[in-house]
Design a protein around this ligand. Structure first.
Ligand SMILES: [Zn+2]
Length: 271
């Protein structure tokens, strides 16, 4: 849905090579829901600058190409029993599964089993009524309200992944898909528990050139320095402190970051 997020293509290419010739059920893969954004290397739909993963459901008689895309995605969602939405984070990060509250206990169990089999480096609990209200009009939230089990995966940016890592991500996805096969319901209950994190996002209060001083997986305490911002005019360095405690699951790399953009995520273990 976001045209500048391409890691999923590499994972899906690998995944297709792992699939057996015959399996029970139907798997539909939509490599890009936003092909115009993809060719322009931009997040939004170029013709109307819409975020394709917001504004679900589109209002009645909504016009434009994005409304048509959204209706198609909803129809596809209705035609399937389980929906997986692949995204790519902008900042270097750990692979993350996003766990949203589901509409029934049965769906919760399905999604939990999927995430256990996926075994990503982190699982974020998405409380769309509290911390994650920005996501409240996403496709997934709407499909969940329609009774569909839904899970999202955020991959690290493409500059951070090599062939080996892509193979691992594809393998994880293959295992997660296998967990959905009804024959595997009891036989492949993974022993691993999922560790849920809440996202605590460090937002930049200035514009400048960031220098990270901590790395992914580091344990951070409140007020720890996580990086510096170099002013593009004076070249003065200013320390960036974390207002949060937890595990560093996302941290900006050397680049110009603007006021209001995310610099890091500190995961707070909640379960
Ligand atoms: Zn995205």
């Amino acid at each position: 849905m976001h045209g500048d997020e391409v890691s999923g293509f590499y994972v899906l290419e690998k995944l297709v090579s792992l699939l057996p010739e015959k399996f029970s059920g139907t798997l539909t893969i939509i490599p890009s829901a936003n092909p115009l954004g993809l060719i322009h290397r931009q997040r939004f739909v170029p013709l109307d600058e819409e975020d394709l993963n917001r504004g679900f459901p589109p209002p009645p008689k909504a016009r434009g190409v994005s409304a048509a895309y959204k209706h198609t995605l909803i129809q596809l969602g209705h035609a399937h029993d389980f929906i997986i939405d692949l995204h790519t984070f902008v900042l270097p990060c750990l692979e993350a599964g996003l766990f949203l509250p589901q509409s029934s206990e049965k769906n919760t169990a399905l999604v939990k089993r999927f995430l256990q089999a996926l075994d990503p480096e982190t699982v974020f609990s998405m409380d769309i009524k509290r911390e994650e209200q920005r996501e409240a009009s996403a496709l997934g939230v709407y499909m969940i309200a329609q009774g569909k089990p839904f899970v999202a995966i955020e991959y690290p940016p493409v500059r951070q992944i090599n062939e080996e890592f892509i193979a691992l991500l594809a393998d994880n996805l293959f295992h997660a898909l296998s967990s959905l096969s009804s024959g595997n319901a009891s036989s492949c209950t993974p022993s691993k528990e999922i560790h849920l994190f809440e996202r605590q996002q460090v937002i930049s209060q200035s514009t400048g050139l960031f220098v990270p001083t901590r790395k992914l997986r580091d344990e951070i305490k409140i007020n720890d320095v996580i990086g510096c911002m170099i002013d593009s005019v004076s070249l003065a360095r200013e320390e960036i402190h974390s207002p949060y405690q937890g595990t560093l699951t996302e941290i900006a790399d050397r680049q110009l970051w603007r006021f209001g953009e995310k610099l890091a995520t500190v995961g707070k273990r909640i379960a």
